[in-house]
Design a protein around this ligand. Structure first.
Ligand code: 6CM
Length: 255
């Protein structure tokens, strides 16, 4: 930092700031990003490693509310060849969701608040013996300025958070509504070629942190839910990141 310069996060400039949900979006994004940035050993809570594959590690804490498992999850992964902006672009964009989201049955964009803020209604495939689930959430994508290295790549995040919509009340049809808080936080790492040659995808990698808390909203046996998560979360993160690698491999790098 140049002397006298104090790092200040510039105010968010998204046009979504006019919207009724905006103050909630601001506060949830800040809280979720801070939580995602807290390392596994840092927060004084006991994380249990439940899945590991190459660079990917997945941790959970077993928690219950009214007998229902609401285990917080935190996953970290490092993937070569892609940027944080690219990862967030494919996670956020509704046009890509059916390509990678294997538990999805139907997705509708209920509201476009701005190009970086959407409201989604999704139904997910039924998992026996429980009822089918749906979920209604806002999703917001944001660039976070790199405060430790002003010339370094920015961080990118997507935060998904359950909300209500008067036309789609919960638990009226065949679906039970689930409630979630999800944060995907991505940091691009650059290892420039020594000889000053142009950067290629061989010189970049992305550190991904994915945090979620899902309340199943109604009866779901904790043991079945935990078995489903143990199977589905690693599958999701591996499949989704492989999808981003595949989509971007012949495209210019999007920082
Ligand atoms: O974060 C993920 N996906 C986003 C885009 O779709 C978004 C949605 C998350 C919905 C998560 C639903 C999980 C499946 C629900 C099953 C509930 C079954 C209850 C009964 C079981 C006995 O944030 C990726 C989500 C990856 C989930 C594995």
């Amino acid at each position: 930092l140049k002397s006298g310069h104090v790092p200040v996060t510039p105010p968010a400039t998204s046009p979504a700031c006019q919207h009724r949900l905006w103050s909630e979006i601001e506060s949830v994004v800040k809280q979720q990003v801070a939580w995602a940035r807290t390392g596994i050993g840092e927060c004084g809570v006991g994380w249990q490693l439940f899945a590991e594959d190459g660079e990917m590690r997945m941790y959970r804490r077993e928690e219950e509310v009214d007998g229902m498992a609401v285990d917080p999850l935190k996953a970290v992964h490092t993937v070569p060849g892609i940027t944080g902006h690219e990862v967030c672009h494919y996670f956020f964009g509704p046009q890509y969701r059916y390509d990678w989201e294997t538990t999805l049955e139907q997705m509708t964009v209920l509201e476009t608040i701005s190009e970086d803020t959407l409201v989604f209604l999704q139904t997910h495939k039924r998992i026996w013996p429980a009822s089918q689930r749906d979920v209604l959430f806002w999703s917001h994508m944001r660039k976070l300025p790199n405060e430790s290295d002003r010339d370094g790549p920015d961080l990118w995040t997507v935060v998904n958070n359950s909300t209500h919509h008067p036309d789609y009340p919960p638990n009226v049809g065949k679906c039970v509504r689930i409630y979630l808080k999800v944060c995907l936080l991505c940091q691009t790492r650059v290892d420039p070629p020594k000889d000053g040659a142009p950067l290629t995808r061989d010189n970049i990698s992305c550190k991904i942190t994915y945090c979620s808390v899902v309340n199943p909203g109604g009866w779901a046996p904790a043991s079945v839910l935990r078995a489903v998560y143990k199977r589905e979360y690693p599958k999701f993160l591996k499949r989704f990141t492989a999808y981003v690698v595949n989509q971007t491999k012949n495209k210019p790098i999007m920082f």
